[in-house]
Write a protein of this length. Sequence first.
Length: 82
Amino acid sequence: MNRQGIGAVLLFAGIVLYGIIHIGTIMHLPDVTIWSTQWGRYLQAAFETGGIIGLVLAILLFIIGVPLLLPRPIAIQRESNE
């Protein structure tokens, strides 16, 4: 699989994983009784549902997938043409 294919798979996996974690977190959000936490109610709900690891993993997959989809930098293309 080429570089852009891997990037597309990682990006799609990150989006799907984030969506699943987000749905579970939002469903639990009304049950969060702590109004002022260091990280806010959303992350508190994600922590209480056990979704923090999945949330971090989803963000990492997204961050890794996006640069793989982008074309190679111009500097590398110039060096290969010379």
